[in-house]
Design a protein around this ligand. Structure first.
Ligand SMILES: *[C@@H]1O[C@H](CO)[C@@H](O)[C@H](O)[C@H]1NC(C)=O
Ligand SMILES: *[C@@H]1O[C@H](CO)[C@@H](O)[C@H](O)[C@H]1NC(C)=O
Ligand SMILES: *[C@@H]1O[C@H](CO)[C@@H](O)[C@H](O)[C@H]1NC(C)=O
Ligand SMILES: *[C@@H]1O[C@H](CO)[C@@H](O)[C@H](O)[C@H]1NC(C)=O
Length: 495
């Protein structure tokens, strides 16, 4: 208890003039707290017991120069062998749920369902049973960026066949794990999969096809999600009674000024960034945002394409896709300013040119080690925007967090959580937004994609130089544990 009080007094001391005090309201009684991780970022065991190769194994092994310090997830936090230590940390934190992802190629080494890897299945069964023994609910993502390599060899997500192949994988895991798992998420941050993976090429599989490959990828992926949802709905929900969603991420885009142009630019940017995936699924009318349909069609025509580079959903597909969620899952970290600008010149097609909005960071705010500004009020605004745009859905925040250098006394992370969660409370109590859960990214320091091990988001530190991958508790974990236990951000909350 002394440690907690000490940390909170450091916190208040640091708050100074620039920040408001954390809210002293209590979270609603049924509010759920968790932490999040992803398979490739923590598991390691990349070739153990029959696991197949995925696109991140492939990128790290064939293009090490694309990852900071030539790092890979070959061992990562070694959770494949040390998951019981993870469960101990989760239990110590007292979380209500643990959001993790399945490694597709650990379960299906080739990506197809004709060959199931029993050792991979057993790994997840053991993990789920350890969570159950400790009263921790698993929230499971089917796809957190790690496509089996054989499926990339047939073109990856831009290939429409992937929708059915993913649906088969989904049916297999619902059937294997559905007795233990009641909260499913099909995809994590599809925008990163498509825009970074097949558009600008910064993430695996590192393909550059902006304005074409990214749209084709998204089109397949949204259909894949809908198929998985309907499979659950028809074949599993009657006996398993769980829920299915998709995690879509967004930055909040604040208009750079009060001008109508900048307001229009900010709205257009969030529609292209978030509405691209959210609208077809979460909006009562479905389909891509109209601004996106119109702008890509117009620019495609001027560029000399016979039809829009943005694929079209048929009326039947729009109906099949819309409403395929049981709650809305959101990842959000930061805020940027959006400024109106002249449309980019017609020339080489690109997603950025289709959007034609200039975005930048407000440098008066602190930056995290990931380069993202700490702007807590952006959380409240993005929650309100979503609440209004998608007809007051139930929202679970599936990721939010702060990156630093991995220090154990991590006051800035405590401030981040206290301030962002204050804005969640304000959204709930002052604005009536229906937020029912929150997951901190991340349980522990891990492999941060192309940043390798240079950027640390963990509540626990991991010693990546030690073969034991020793985990050590940070100050922020003690703070978060206290928040969960008391459903309160400060020492005492009003009842
Ligand atoms: C990283 O990998 C590249 C390409 O294989 C190699 O040329 C370079 O020497 C490696 N750098 C380090 C620090 O190992
Ligand atoms: C939030 O969503 C849940 C699930 O749909 C519902 O039961 C609850 O009434 C909603 N609460 C509010 C305040 O809208
Ligand atoms: C900004 O960074 C400084 C230096 O680390 C720190 O003292 C201050 O509390 C930080 N503020 C926020 C909002 O994180
Ligand atoms: C790793 O853990 C084992 C078992 O606890 C211990 O014997 C060994 O000394 C540890 N190794 C290192 C490098 O800390």
């Amino acid at each position: 208890m002394y440690v907690v009080v000490h940390i909170l007094s450091i916190l208040f001391y640091l708050l100074g003039e620039s920040l408001s005090e954390p809210s002293n309201k209590k979270f609603p009684e049924n509010f759920q707290f968790g932490v999040a991780t992803a398979a490739y970022q923590i598991e390691g065991g990349w070739a153990d017991d029959g696991k197949g190769v995925n696109i991140w194994d492939q990128l790290a092994h064939t293009h090490p120069e694309k990852i900071a310090n030539n790092a890979s997830g070959d061992v990562a936090c070694d959770s494949y062998h040390r998951y019981m230590e993870d469960v101990e940390m989760l239990t110590n934190l007292g979380v209500n749920f643990y959001r993790l992802s399945l490694s597709w190629s650990r379960i299906l080494p080739t990506g197809y369902t004709n060959q199931i890897n029993e050792a991979g299945v057993e790994y997840y069964k053991n993990l789920f049973s350890a969570l159950k023994e400790n009263g921790i609910e698993p929230f499971v993502t089917l796809y957190h960026w790690d496509l089996p390599e054989p499926l990339q060899e047939i073109g990856g997500w831009p290939n429409p066949l992937l929708a059915d192949i993913f649906a088969d994988y989904a049916r297999t895991v619902f059937s294997l794990f559905g007795d233990d798992v009641k909260n499913w998420m099909t995809f994590n941050e599809p925008k990163q999969t498509c825009l970074a993976g097949y558009g600008v090429g910064t993430l695996a599989p590192s393909i550059s096809s902006s304005g074409i490959g990214d749209y084709q990828c998204a089109h397949t992926l949204i259909k894949a999600h809908a198929k998985a949802y309907h499979i659950y709905d028809e074949e599993f929900r009657p006996t398993q009674n769980g829920r299915v969603s998709i995690v879509v991420d967004t930055t909040w885009y604040e208009p750079a000024s009060d001008s109508d142009e900048d307001k229009e630019a900010a709205e257009r940017k969030i529609q292209f960034n978030y509405g691209w995936y959210a609208n077809p699924i979460y909006h009562p009318d479905g389909n891509y945002p109209q601004v996106m349909i119109d702008r890509v069609a117009d620019r495609s025509q001027k560029e000399g394409f016979p039809k829009s580079r943005l694929p079209e959903f048929s009326a039947e597909e729009i109906d099949y896709i819309k409403g395929t969620f049981d709650f809305l899952a959101l990842n959000t970290y930061t805020t940027e300013l959006a400024k109106w600008t002249n449309d980019y010149e017609i020339g080489t097609p690109s997603y950025d040119a289709d959007v034609s909005v200039s975005t930048y960071q407000d440098t008066s705010y602190n930056s995290s080690a990931a380069g993202w500004r700490v702007i807590p009020w952006g959380m409240r605004r993005v929650l309100n925007w979503i609440d209004q745009a998608y007809d007051h859905p139930e929202i679970v925040i599936t990721e939010n967090g702060y990156a630093d250098d991995g220090r154990l006394t991590d006051e800035n992370r405590i401030i981040y959580y206290a301030e962002y969660l204050t804005n969640v409370l304000e959204a709930i109590f002052e604005d009536g937004v229906n937020v029912t859960g929150y997951a901190a990214w991340s349980l522990m320091d891990n492999f941060e994609w192309t940043s390798g091990y240079t950027v640390k988001f963990g509540l626990y530190q991991v010693d990546f130089d030690n073969p034991n991958r020793t985990r050590t508790i940070k100050s922020s974990a003690i703070y978060y544990k206290n928040v969960i236990a008391n459903k309160c951000l400060v020492n005492t909350c009003e009842e």
